[in-house]
Design a protein around this ligand. Structure first.
Ligand code: GDP
Ligand code: MG
Length: 310
C-alpha cells in the first residue's frame, strides 16, 4: 500500500515538474516522502511501465480502468498518468478520463493523474517522463501511461514504456493503414477494442496478417472495455511481457539517444538563426531581395560554417 503522504507528495511533485518549477531530481529533493518511500535498505524493483496508446475515443481510458482493477486484484499498486495532447486550457478529455477512473479514488493503491502534453509538436512533454519516474520512486508496482496516438506521440511512448499496448477499434477503414505506418514497430500487444461492434473479427484478422509479415511476435486481442470482456487475456499478455526479457530497454535507449541528438541539432539551428549573419539574410528575405529558396541556401551555408567553426 502507498502511504497518504506519498500520494500527496507525488501529486505535488508532478505539479512542480509540469509547471517547470523543478525537474525530476529537484522534485525528489523537495518532496522527501517520495525518496523515503523507495530508499529502503533492499534494492527495490523498478515499476513496470505500461504504455497504452491509440486514437482518441478508442476506449483507452475505459480499458485502463479495467486494467487498474486487474492489477489491484493481483495485489499490486498502480499509478496512471493520462496524457492529453489537447490544449492545456481546455481540459475536456482530461476531465473525462478522471470521471471514467473515478471509482478508484480513495483506494490508496491507486494514483491517477492527468497531464496536458505541452511540448512543441505534440510530443510527450518532458514532464511526463518525470512524472513516470516520480511514480516509480513513490513505490508503485505498475505505472500505466495513457497517450493519444497522434503522430510522434505514440513513438515517444517508446522512451518511457516497458510494454506498449496499441488500442484500435473495428472498421476504422484506414485505421489499419494508419497503424501500418510505424505502429508495428512500437506495439508489443494489439488490442481491437469495442469488439461488440461489427467488424472486430475482420480488423483482428487484418492485424494478425500484418503481424505475421513482421519479425516480432505481437499478440492481437479483442476486448470490450465497457464490460471487461477480453481483459483477463490482456492482463495475461501483459504479465507475460513483463516477465520476459528487457528488449524494450534497448529500443528505449536507442530512441532517447536519437531524441537527444535531434534536440541538440534543433538548439544549434535556433542559435545559428540568432546570429547577425542569419539576421542579415532574413532581412534581405523580408525586403524581397532574396527568394525563400535563396534564403534557405544562404542560411544552410551559414549553418555549415557555424558547424565547422565548432
Ligand atoms: N461499444 C463500446 N463502447 C466502448 C468500449 N470501450 C469504451 N467505450 C466507450 O467509448 C467512449 C470513449 O472511451 P474512452 O475510454 O474515453 O476512450 P479514449 O479516448 O481512447 O480514452 C466512451 O463513451 C466509452 O464508454 C467498448 O468496448 N465498446
Ligand atoms: Mg482517454
Amino acid at each position: 500500500m502507498i502511504a497518504h503522504r506519498v500520494h500527496r507528495d507525488l501529486a505535488r511533485a508532478i505539479s512542480a515538474v509540469e509547471n517547470g518549477v523543478t525537474d525530476y531530481r529537484g522534485a525528489l529533493a523537495r518532496f522527501t516522502a517520495l525518496g523515503s518511500a523507495s530508499n529502503g535498505t533492499t534494492a527495490r524493483k523498478r515499476a513496470d511501465v505500461i504504455g497504452i496508446t491509440g486514437p482518441p475515443g478508442a476506449g483507452k481510458s475505459t480499458l485502463v480502468d479495467r486494467l487498474i482493477e486487474g492489477v489491484r486484484a493481483a495485489g499490486e499498486t498502480v499509478a496512471v498518468i493520462a496524457v492529453d495532447p489537447s490544449s492545456p486550457f481546455t481540459h475536456g478529455a482530461v476531465l473525462g478520463d478522471r470521471v471514467r477512473m473515478q471509482r478508484h479514488a480513495g483506494d490508496p493503491g491507486v494514483f491517477i493523474r492527468s497531464m496536458a502534453s505541452r511540448s512543441a509538436g505534440g510530443g510527450l512533454a518532458p514532464a511526463t517522463r518525470d512524472a513516470v519516474r516520480l511514480a516509480d520512486e513513490a513505490g508503485f508496482d505498475v505505472v500505466i501511461v495513457e497517450t493519444v496516438g497522434v503522430g510522434q506521440v505514440e513513438l515517444e511512448i517508446v522512451a518511457v514504456a516497458d510494454v506498449i499496448v496499441v488500442v484500435t477499434v473495428p472498421a476504422l477503414g484506414d485505421g489499419v493503414q494508419a497503424i501500418k505506418a510505424g505502429l508495428t514497430e512500437i506495439a508489443d500487444i494489439f488490442v481491437v477494442n469495442m469488439a461488440d461492434r461489427p467488424g472486430a473479427n475482420a480488423s483482428a484478422t487484418d492485424l494478425k496478417h500484418m503481424v505475421r509479415e513482421g519479425k516480432r511476435d505481437i499478440p492481437v486481442l479483442q476486448t470490450i472495455a465497457q464490460d471487461g470482456t477480453g481483459v483477463p487475456e490482456l492482463l495475461a499478455a501483459l504479465n507475460k511481457k513483463r516477465d520476459g526479457d528487457d528488449s524494450n530497454a534497448v529500443r528505449a535507449v536507442r530512441f532517447e539517444i536519437v531524441r537527444r541528438a535531434r534536440d541538440e541539432a534543433v538548439r544549434g539551428a535556433l542559435a545559428a538563426l540568432d546570429t547577425p549573419d542569419a539576421a542579415a539574410v532574413l532581412d534581405r528575405l523580408r525586403d524581397h531581395e532574396l527568394t525563400r529558396n535563396d534564403a534557405i541556401d544562404a542560411l544552410q551555408h551559414i549553418f555549415g560554417g557555424t558547424a565547422h567553426a565548432h
